[in-house]
Design a protein around this ligand. Structure first.
Ligand SMILES: Cc1cc2nc3c(=O)[nH]c(=O)nc-3n(C[C@H](O)[C@H](O)[C@H](O)COP(=O)(O)O)c2cc1C
Length: 245
């Protein structure tokens, strides 16, 4: 295939529709009650199904949860699980805990750094105290089950697949929010059984999807990246460019 000529490249001065979607997408945490029509959900799923994966192994399986009864039960149990976890992990709750349990709890937090990083830890505290919901009252959730038999890195493939869905949804004017905290339900055998999560599948993430209640789309602050450009010779060091300024 031929590379585009100069005149065709001129056309890239403006953002493409894909770039516009990437830069305007924001996580939405307030949804209208009415779910997206099924044909839109199917198109979103189709964008995920079409995602690239190592060895084209497609290490995923999807489920759509729209039933208000099931969504309410998931929310209730995720809050219950958060309360149980925070009962053990919140070392600020009493003087006794602060003196005797803090080192042990800090060690657990350190060992589970990904799960108990200060951001999810803070969010879980807010959920346990009834200050935040888990699934943001979304009218639908798309569950991404990861098949651990996939080639190379199934979590990466599943992330790419989910981001395809998220971008497709936003390109149609819908709103999404990734919900990693769905993992909380996986501590409860009831939900593992309900969603048939057993080897080789894992459930680490889902995507809340619906119509936005408020317009939260717009650019959001990101760190400036110091990017190394190796565009000299072998003897030259990289040129550092500040990406995002
Ligand atoms: C894998 C993953 C898991 C996430 N889990 C949650 C979650 O459980 N709850 C939540 O409210 N937001 C969650 N988020 C959303 C992030 O907080 C959000 O993407 C980030 O703050 C950047 O904001 P933006 O999406 O509006 O650009 C998650 C995002 C990703 C990518």
């Amino acid at each position: 295939m031929e590379s585009p000529n100069d005149r065709e490249l001129e056309g890239l001065k403006d953002w493409t529709p894909v770039e516009k979607t990437i830069f305007s997408r924001r996580s939405t945490r307030a949804f209208k009650k009415k779910p997206l029509p099924d044909f839109m959900l199917r198109r979103i799923l189709e964008a995920g199904r079409f995602a690239p994966s190592a060895g084209n192994s497609q290490p995923w399986r999807f489920a759509v949860v729209k039933s208000p009864e099931i969504l309410a039960e998931m929310e209730k149990d995720a809050i219950k699980m958060t309360k149980i976890m925070m009962f053990f992990l919140d070392y600020t709750r009493s003087r006794f805990r602060n003196i005797f349990l803090k080192p042990l709890i800090k060690l657990i937090i350190r060992l589970m750094h990904n799960e108990l990083h200060p951001v999810p830890y803070g969010l879980m505290n807010a959920i346990a105290e009834g200050r935040a919901p888990v699934f943001h009252d979304a009218p639908a959730l798309i569950l991404l089950f990861e098949d651990c038999r996939g080639v190379s890195s199934p979590p990466m493939d599943t992330g790419i697949c989910g981001q395809n869905m998220v971008l497709a949804a936003h390109s149609m004017g819908a709103a999404t929010c990734w919900i990693g905290l769905i993992k909380l339900l996986m501590f409860d055998p009831k939900w593992k059984k309900f969603f048939k999560v057993k080897y080789p599948y894992r459930l680490n993430v889902c995507i809340a999807v619906g119509w936005p209640k408020v317009d939260s789309d717009g650019p959001v602050e990101r760190e400036v990246q110091l990017v190394e450009w190796y565009d000299g010779g072998m003897a030259d060091g990289p040129r550092i460019e500040r990406q995002g300024e």
